[in-house]
Every structure is written in structure tokens, then in C-alpha cells.
Design a binder for this molecule. Structure first.
Ligand SMILES: Cc1ncc(COP(=O)(O)O)c(C=O)c1O
Length: 394
């Protein structure tokens, strides 16, 4: 079956965060997709809806089987089952509970910035201290600053890893993850790997599940997984924490209970099973479409606006653009992303994500959500060019 990603329903007025928070602007910001979900998932949800009763639900065995089969066949990650998974309402709930379980107030939680902005409140809410380990940017792309990581790891209790990385667009290689793992092991740092973007990788950049590293590294870690990002069902809210060590899994279960987020949405269970059991062909076509969207943006801006650097997108549907070329003469970098973002909204009615919300290391950058029909994306990029020139010359 062929799926059509060029046609999307109108989301305006549907209480969508993306479309209805800044009405009248073209929203290429928050991370959900404009595409309708796979018809296979919609049919499964419809069938569940037709039942008409939505009381509390036990998480059935075939939920865990679906997860296990998906990760084994698609990602070579064997051995996932009911005995090493706890379900919860979302990935934020998952990593927040994991922080709670593995820290005491005042502990330091390390993040590689720029990183997903909702990492920061989870660290604060657990009364921990955020320890930034900025990625190294050479004007083209990001790598991990190994010396700094080693240095910071000596002070940290936990590493909150984003694998693949939002917003840098990096899909960490096995070699990189092994180096990270070695550093964490030497410094007794517990790893929480947020793998929500794991399905969305592009040719030549395969996702490495943290849990497929050698056992000695996996014991002191958990992985947070969910089909919601890849299958565009984030509003349904479902996720899972994987831990190899039963004692760690019990701690996760306890923390989820203390946070009162250990029950799942009946539709989340249905949607997850349909996604993992039947969603593969849809996902493959989506990845292909997104890959071409990413190339379209990169080529378009390279030709039309060489003053920006579009970072190579290895995975996720979130492009990261170095916009410092728009700085006016003498303008301070501090607060630039925010000013530039506001300007784009007001002058060309385009909403992007402001780079500085991803940490100080994101200042000067903007994040673009490319998960929409290509014509809409091109409209957005045209607005971006006009806004860029107007800002620079204002
Ligand atoms: C890295 C990362 N983790 C977690 C989330 C949110 O997960 P959830 O909606 O399941 O809480 C996002 C959403 O964009 C994300 O990018």
C-alpha cells in the first residue's frame, strides 16, 4: 500500500498546540507531525472505540510481545518482555521517574546541550542540579566533547542521554555510545537513555539501542521508549521504561507509583500494538518522505541563503539551523534567538522553535519541524528567507 504524505487534514481549530497556540502563523515548531496516522492504527483505535466501554485496563501480554518483536526484528534488540518493562503515560513521565529513582536532592544530572528543553524541568522538579556538557560545534555539525564529558562525569550521578539527539539531529553511533558508556562506567554514572526518536533515522545512520551495548554498561541504565513520536500519536500518551536489572526495574516501578503515573490510557495500549504490529510499511514510507523533506530544506537554503548553516540531519524530523548570520552589526548574541523568533512570527507569520530554549548552547540557532507536506515546508522556507533578510537589514 502507498501512503500519501502530501495531503493532510486542516488542524486549525482542533485544539492543536502546534496550530492553535500562535494562530495565523505557519507552525514549524513543536514536535508533532501534520500527517494523518497510519490507517492501520486508526482502524485499531476505531475498533476499540466501537466497544464503547473504556474502564481501567490491564496491560495485556500481547502489548509486551509487540514491543519485543518490533525491537528484535527492526533494531536487533533481543529479550524485551513483560519482565523488563514498566509502562507509563509518556516519555517525560518515564525519564522523570527514572531521575527520581536514581538520585537524591542535590545530585547532578548531566545533559549534552543543546538538548530537548523538557529535560530541564524534570531535573529541577526532582530537586537535582543540571550539569551541562555542551556538544562541540565546529561550524558544521556536532560531536561529543570527550574531555569535557569525562570531567563532568566525575561530578554527575546521572546522564540523561537523548539517543538520537533532539535538536542536534545526531544519531549516535555504536562507537560513540561505547565511549559514553565507558566514561559513565568509570565514574559510576547511571544512564537514562531517552530513545523516543529511535525510529526516525535516515540512510547511513542506524539507531543503536543503548540496551544492545555490552551487559556491563546496560546494567546501570534504563531506556525510555515509545512509538508516539514516529507514529504521530503523541497526544495519546504511552511509553515504556526498560531495565535489564530487576532491582532497577523495581525502583522505576516504585517511582512511577510515587508520581502517580503508572496507569495507561486504553487507547495508548491499542495504538502501540497496532503501530508495532502493523505500522512498519507506513513508517518506512514516512522516513523516506522525511528524508526528502530534509534534503529539500538543505538544498533550498544552501542555494538561497548561504548565510545560514543547516546542520546535517541524521535522524528526527527536527532540523537545526545556525542563524547567527542574521545578527545585525554590533548586535549581541544574547537573546538573539528569541528576538529573531518573534520577528519571524510578526513579519512573515512563521513560528519556529527558538534555539535558546534548548540551553545556552542553543543560542543563535532555530529548530524547524519538517514533518509536513513538502509544499508547506517550502512555503515556510520562503518565509524564513524573507524574514531573515528583513531582520538583518532592519
Ligand atoms: C527527546 C524527547 N523526549 C520526550 C519527548 C516527549 O515525550 P512524551 O510526549 O511521551 O512525554 C519529546 C517530544 O518532543 C522529545 O523530543
Amino acid at each position: 500500500m502507498t501512503y500519501n504524505f502530501d495531503r493532510c487534514p486542516d488542524r486549525r481549530g482542533s485544539e492543536s498546540v502546534k496550530w492553535d497556540l500562535y494562530p495565523g502563523t505557519l507552525p514549524l515548531w513543536v514536535a508533532d507531525m501534520d500527517f494523518p496516522i497510519a490507517p492501520e492504527i486508526q482502524q485499531a483505535l476505531q475498533q476499540r472505540l466501537n466497544h464503547g466501554v473504556f474502564g481501567y485496563e490491564l496491560v495485556p501480554d500481547d502489548y509486551f510481545t509487540a514491543i519485543g518483536q518490533w525491537f528484535a526484528t527492526r533494531h536487533g534488540w533481543e529479550g524485551i518482555g513483560r519482565e523488563n518493562i514498566v509502562p507509563t503515560t509518556g516519555v517525560i513521565a518515564a525519564y522523570s521517574a527514572a531521575i527520581k529513582a536514581m538520585t537524591v536532592p542535590g545530585d547532578k544530572v548531566m545533559v549534552m546541550t543543546p538538548c530537548y528543553n523538557a529535560f530541564f524541568p524534570a531535573i529541577r522538579n526532582n530537586k537535582c542540579i543540571q550539569l551541562d556538557c555542551p556538544l562541540l560545534y565546529d561550524g558544521k555539525s556536532y560531536i561529543i566533547d570527550w574531555d569535557l564529558l569525562e570531567q563532568k562525569a566525575a561530578q554527575a550521578k546521572v546522564l540523561l542521554l537523548c539517543n538520537p539527539h533532539n535538536p542536534a539531529g545526531r544519531v549516535w553511533t555504536r562507537e560513540e555510545l561505547l565511549l559514553v558508556a565507558g566514561i559513565c562506567q568509570r565514574n559510576n554514572v547511571f544512564v537514562i537513555s531517552d530513545e523516543i526518536h529511535c525510529e526516525l533515522t535516515f540512510p547511513g545512520h542506524d539507531y543503536t539501542p543503548w540496551a544492545t551495548l555490552p551487559d556491563e554498561f546496560v546494567q546501570n541504565s534504563v531506556s525510555c521508549i515509545s512509538p508516539t513520536k514516529a507514529f504521530n500519536i503523541a497526544g495519546i500518551q504511552i511509553a515504556n521504561i526498560f531495565a535489564k536489572d530487576p532491582a532497577i526495574l523495581a525502583k522505576m516501578d516504585r517511582a512511577l507509583n510515587e508520581n502517580e503515573c503508572c496507569d495507561v490510557n486504553v487507547f495508548g495500549v491499542t495504538a502501540l500494538k497496532a503501530a508495532y504490529n502493523q505500522g512498519g510499511p507506513w513508517l518506512d514510507q514516512l522516513r523516506n518522505y522525511l528524508f526528502h523533506n530534509a534534503r529539500t530544506v538543505a538544498c533550498f537554503l544552501e542555494d538561497e541563503l548561504p548565510q545560514v548553516n543547516v546542520l546535517p540531519l541524521e535522524g528526527t524530523y527536527l532540523m537545526w539551523i545556525d542563524c547567527r548570520g542574521a545578527l545585525r552589526e554590533g548586535e549581541s548574541l544574547e537573546g538573539f534567538s528569541e528576538r529573531f523568533g518573534k520577528f519571524l512570527q510578526e513579519k512573515v507569520q512563521l513560528t519556529l522553535s527558538v534555539g535558546s530554549i534548548y540551553g545556552a548552547a542553543g543560542e543563535g540557532f532555530m529548530r524547524v519541524n519538517i514533518a509536513c507536506p513538502r509544499s508547506r515546508l517550502l512555503d515556510g522556507m520562503q518565509r524564513f528567507i524573507v524574514g531573515f533578510e528583513q531582520y538583518k537589514n532592519a
